[in-house]
Structures are given as C-alpha cells and as structure tokens.
Design a binder for this molecule. Sequence first.
Ligand code: ASP
Length: 327
Amino acid sequence: MSRQTAASHRHGEMRNLLAISDLGPDIAAGIEEVMTLTDSFVEVSERAIPKVPALRGRTVVSLFFEDSTRTRLSFETAAKRLSADTMNFSVGTSSVKKGESLRDTIETIEAMGVDAIVVRHASAGVPRQIAQWASSAVINAGDGWHEHPTQALLDCYTIREHLGDMRGRRIAIVGDIKHSRVARSNIAAFTALGADVTVVAPPTLLPPSLEGWPVKVSHDLDAILPELDVCYLLRMQRERMNEALIPSLREYTALFGLTDERADRLGDHTLIMHPGPMNRGVEIAAEVAERPNAVIIDQVRNGVAVRMAVLFLLLGSGTAWGGELDG
Ligand code: ASP
C-alpha cells in the first residue's frame, strides 16, 4: 500500500467503528475497502515474522466488561502484529469494582495516552457513549444485542475467501436472532453486499418486530437446507434470556440444530459457520463442526487480519511511518 493511498484514504474520516453503518454511506464500498486491506494483512500474517511497524508508538487498550476469548485475543494479536502497544483493562480487578463510574474510568484511561479503545459491554450503546467522551478511536467489540461489527467483517472475508462474490448468495442465519448482535451486524453487512438472507428461528427467538430488516423469515430449517450457500449458526444466548423462550434445548436441537443428518443435506460447497463459542450438541452437532465445509476455524484466523485492517484504518494514516506495509 502506498503512502499516497493511505493519505487519500476514503475512510480517513472514519473515527470510530461502532456499527456496520460507520463504514460509510456506501457500506458495500466500505466493506470492500476493509477486505482489500485485509488481503495485505493476511499476507503479513503468513510471513516468518508476522509483524509490521504500522502502528509503532500507538497504544490500543482493551476494555472488556463482558467475557470473551476470541475477540479479545484477536484484537490483542492484531495490535501487536502492527507493533502497537497494548493495555488490558480487567474489569474484575479494577476500580470499577469499587464503584468507579464509566466516565471516570474512560478519563483515567485516556489520561495515560491511548489511541484506541476496544470495548465490549453487556449494554447496547455503551461504545457510542464512550465515543462521545473519548478523543481516542472507539471500536465496538460487541454491545448487548446491538452490534459486533468486526465479527461481521471477518465473516464477510471468510465467505469471500471461499465463495467469491457475495451477490445473490443464499445465507441462512439460524438460531437466537433476538439476542444476537452478530445477527444484526451480519444482516447489515451481508445484505449490503447483495446476499439474500433468511433468518431461521422459532418465533420466540425472533425480535418482536422485523419491520425494516432486509431479510426473509423461516421457521423451517429443513425446507431451506438444500438451497443454501451459507448456513450460519448462532449460539443460544442463555445469559441474555430472562424467560424460558424454548421448551427445552433438546427440542430446539430437534428442530433447529445442525445435526449430522441435516448437514448431509447441505450442498458440498455450502459453508457451515459459527461465531463461537459453540454449544456442541445444541445448535451444531459435535462432528459437524469438523466437516471440510465447516469454516469456523477460518473465521477465527481471519479475525486477526480483519482487525489489523480496522485498527490500521482508524489509526494508521497519521503515523510517521505513513502507511507502508513493509519495513
Ligand atoms: N462471540 C459472539 C459475541 O460476542 C457470539 C456469542 O457470544 O454467541 O456476540
């Protein structure tokens, strides 16, 4: 990537990534730009020493108020591969436990001189609130039921890697749509790229209204299996349910789980995807996750390069280094 490309970056003005809509008025173009940049960072990740000086001198802090394995490690790896310094804020051992307010916490972190705050929180809207207070770039790593934009970007990249152009691809997102930030971000991203998305769930696991959602709805997974290009399974998010929305997990699996028998009815090219963490034996049979067309590990691998691209877009253009990927 040339100095000039970085300087004339179309999203030079993107300050935060809180939702897929932050990728610009033309979301498809914004996603394509992240995908192209991700190609470069996949190449970097495959080098013997997978590191470039792109964000030397920059500091990225992770502020996770909710559990995470993949997202947290992935952002940290991405920042390190770009030579940024990283700070990890553990809520459990911080003064948040003593009742320090979110605003005071952000002010304290910013006073140390950080450039980006990666935040996950159980409540929708917290990253946006932080972005209003902070002068650093804010990246939403998942807020309540709302959005998880970097998950959607890594999913787009993984689909593109295996199937090419997303236009006209038939994608089913199956499971707990109601509580899923992954579903919301993925629907925005997949449909912006021209995919045909169907949400598949029992009525109790759908939002009360789907008005304005650019999706079809089905309650019958068996009926649509053979025509799919992507079967995207969601975790049953029991931590966000405050009532019994399904009679039992066994019944859910019987109707909506991707069992061995159902996976046999998918096309050979059909991708099986899951954002993790998987409940093997509930939404996906243990062996199905190991099939050749299951790309769940590719999703995790691509997550690092996609997050490098996002960090670089938000923080890279003003560095003395100026945007060269070599050096
Ligand atoms: N890891 C994803 C998220 O943070 C999906 C999940 O937890 O089910 O939303």
